[in-house]
Design a protein around this ligand. Structure first.
Ligand code: IMP
Length: 447
């Protein structure tokens, strides 16, 4: 059986968690392959809201095994907290039973968080993600497999603390790392997680060869990719399909389906250019923010909002080759007189149909819009009813005609079929195209 990938097609926060939650019951494995707890996945089912930062969203399916892959940076304290919250909610302790951490995943230590707190440019989540990747690239970082070997080697740990303190001093952070405390932290990480640390690449390879289905869960989005995004206002990992298998320790030939998740509009948190940005104080931008509850799951920061940017969507299609698009939060646009899609930019009097590689140039790009008729606002119950009709055979045709033509236009511009549409936060508030990969039976909460 093959692997499927779920990726953010914009600047993150597209609603990947909900799509993964729907696909997980038909997968034997759910794998995170990059990033860390800068991600925030929200799953709403039967009145329960789960917010996760590290645990794969596939955790909601009890038969799904979970992997934190080798391409990740993992904060052990955050993982410990999420596991405690999960155990409180469900009574289950999955670590070592069905949750496995790659030996090769990098460990986020307090030093990385402190170093990240000095960021004044990017507007990072402050979770130590970039500094942990930087240490990995410099080949001075610690991976889970290294911790057991380091225990008791006080002089190495002392050298490590000295290097960290020099770097904190350089960026003007006052806190210092105490070598003894660092030593005891490593002991704690070892004792807490040693039953879950495995060579997860070979485990997944064996599972795929046995015919099992693997779901690869992206975090952030294509426009936040370190190589292909709006550098330097990006995260520090490769968020695209090319890294989905590499960050899981398997080969790219396994991927059969790749789903791009896009909001029906656009949001972005943190700094950086955003051509279709609207005011949060009034009009459609305010509606997107208020009705869409657009606040970061990880930091609580208000997200910036704007119209759908098809230039960015097409870039992300070029990078990821989606086999299907999931358009989320369509309900949020209900009641607006008209809807806009940005189909190109104007830069210094020239029409541009690709994202400029320079963020400085992108920030000077003016959006060129086409306008579509709006559709009436509907209540949660009305949307759920349409979703039910769609599951009873209506598919996407159950949606009002203005919405269908908006979706058809997205398909036409991107060249990718829309396979599912989100019309509310609940697991059941989804409309799938008939016979498509999301045309699956959805149950009420099963946490
Ligand atoms: P970092 O990933 O914490 O280094 O932050 C780098 C940039 O990526 C900042 O603009 C963050 O706001 C943004 N970012 C990181 N993770 C996410 C996410 O999951 N959703 C949206 N933006 C994110």
């Amino acid at each position: 059986m093959p692997a499927s990938v779920v990726l953010g097609a914009q600047w993150g926060d597209e609603g990947k968690g909900k799509a993964i939650d729907q696909l997980a019951p038909n997968s034997q494995w759910a794998v995170r392959f990059q990033g860390g707890n800068n991600a925030g996945h929200t799953i709403v089912a039967g009145g329960t809201t789960l917010k996760m930062h590290l645990l794969p969203s596939g955790i909601t399916s009890r038969d799904c095994k979970l992997v934190l892959g080798c391409g990740m940076v993992v904060d052990p304290w955050v993982l410990d907290r999420e596991l405690m919250e999960w155990a409180e909610l469900t009574g289950e302790q999955p670590e070592g039973e069905r949750l496995f951490i790659s030996e090769r995943a990098a460990v986020i230590l307090p030093f990385h968080r402190l170093y990240d707190s000095a960021d004044k440019i990017v507007g990072t989540t402050g979770r130590g993600i970039g500094p942990a990747y930087r240490d990995r690239t410099e080949r001075v970082g610690i991976r889970f497999v290294d911790i057991g070997l380091l225990l008791g080697r006080d002089s190495e740990i002392g050298d490590m603390a000295r290097r960290m303190n020099d770097q904190l001093a350089t960026v003007g952070v006052g806190d210092r790392i105490d070598p003894e405390q660092l030593g005891s932290e490593l002991i704690w990480i070892h004792e807490r997680f040693s039953n879950a640390i495995r060579a997860t690449g070979p485990m997944l390879d064996t599972a795929l060869n046995r015919g099992e289905q693997v779901l690869l869960e992206g975090a952030q989005g294509a426009m936040l990719d370190i190589d292909q995004g709006t550098y330097p206002f990006v995260t520090s990992s490769i968020t695209c399909r090319a890294n989905a298998t590499h960050g899981a320790g398997i080969h790219p030939g396994h991927i059969e389906q790749c789903y791009g998740i896009t909001k029906a509009y656009t949001t972005r948190v943190g700094n950086g250019p955003f051509p279709t940005e609207l005011s949060l104080e009034e009009g459609p931008g305010k509606q997107m923010s208020v009705v869409g509850h657009e606040f970061g799951t990880t930091t609580g920061r208000p997200r910036r909002t704007g119209w759908l940017d098809a230039v960015a969507l097409n870039e992300s299609q070029r990078l990821n080759g989606y086999t299907g698009l999931v358009v989320t939060k369509l309900d949020v646009l209900g009641g607006l007189d008209e809807l806009k899609i940005c189909t190109s930019y104007e830069l210094d009097g020239q029409e541009v149909s690709h994202l400029p590689s320079s963020s400085e140039e992108l920030s000077r790009c003016k959006p060129v819009y086409e306008t579509h008729p709006g559709f009436p606002a509907m209540g949660e119950d009305e949307w759920i009813q349409i979703a039910e009709e769609s599951r009873n055979g209506g598919g996407i045709d159950s949606l009002p005609s203005e919405i269908r033509s908006y979706l058809s236009r997205i398909e036409e511009i991107s060249g990718v079929p829309v396979v599912s549409v989100g019309v509310g936060p609940d697991r059941l508030a989804s409309i799938a195209s008939s016979g498509g990969p999301f045309d699956i039976e959805l149950s009420e909460a099963t946490f």
